[in-house]
Design a protein around this ligand. Structure first.
Ligand SMILES: N[C@@H](CCC(=O)N[C@@H](CS)C(=O)NCC(=O)O)C(=O)O
Length: 200
């Protein structure tokens, strides 16, 4: 299989974490894609131009971290990060989708900052900083929930990747002044799969 990524994408990082966690390194070649480049040869592989993108053993391509992570997790028949019961576990799913929402806002901020300075919207930047802070407050309350503890699930990975992205490539460290979130983040940052996929 082939997994197209960029090392700066938090979504691609989730797929890379799954490759490591599920010990799929021998089965999956990780390839750097050239995104956001007019005429990139990557557009012939994935017309949307986004990462992550997985081509399976049958040569079939699929995009989106949610789908790819669920697929990789299922390959050995024992999904660890997508518990079957979780599909109707609204309490858990609310946390997973809240973490994804935080991640999306952090990415919007990063995209805005990637534009030439004259094209950046201060309104968009301020909106995303405020959103990220409100969501970080939510997780400061929720990380003590048993659902955010114990064996990691996708909600944990998404939150950790989002917070790390905000710290290194976003508007700042959202664990500052949020002691419970900081303690939670320190623990998950020690996972070998987090360390091995650390942002450049
Ligand atoms: N919902 C998608 C989002 C993927 C996404 O937005 N990837 C960004 C990098 S973080 C990308 O490939 N951007 C390139 C582009 O927009 O052309 C997922 O979960 O995989």
């Amino acid at each position: 299989m082939k997994l197209y990524v960029t090392h700066r994408s938090p979504y691609a990082r989730l797929a890379r974490i799954l490759v490591l966690e599920k010990e799929l390194e021998d089965r999956i070649e990780i390839i750097q894609a050239k995104t956001r480049t007019p005429g990139s040869p990557y557009y012939q592989i994935n017309p949307s131009g986004r990462v992550p993108f997985l081509i399976d053993d049958g040569g079939i391509g699929m995009e989106d971290s949610q789908l790819i992570c669920a697929y990789l997790d299922s390959l050995d028949g024992t999904s660890r990060f997508h518990h079957p019961l979780r599909a109707s576990d609204w309490e858990y799913l609310r946390l997973e989708y809240a973490a994804r929402s935080l991640c999306e806002g952090i990415c919007v901020w990063g995209r805005e900052m990637g534009r030439p300075e004259s094209e950046r919207s201060p309104t968009v930047l301020a909106h995303e900083v405020a959103r990220a802070n409100r969501m970080a407050d939510v997780f400061e309350d929720r990380v003590t929930d048993p659902l955010m503890r114990g064996a990691p699930r996708m909600a944990h990975l998404i939150l950790a990747v989002a917070l790390d992205h905000a710290r290194k490539r976003g508007s700042g460290d959202l664990t500052n002044g949020r002691p419970r979130l900081a303690t939670w983040m320190r623990a998950i940052s020690d996972f070998p799969s987090m360390k091995r996929t650390a942002l450049p």
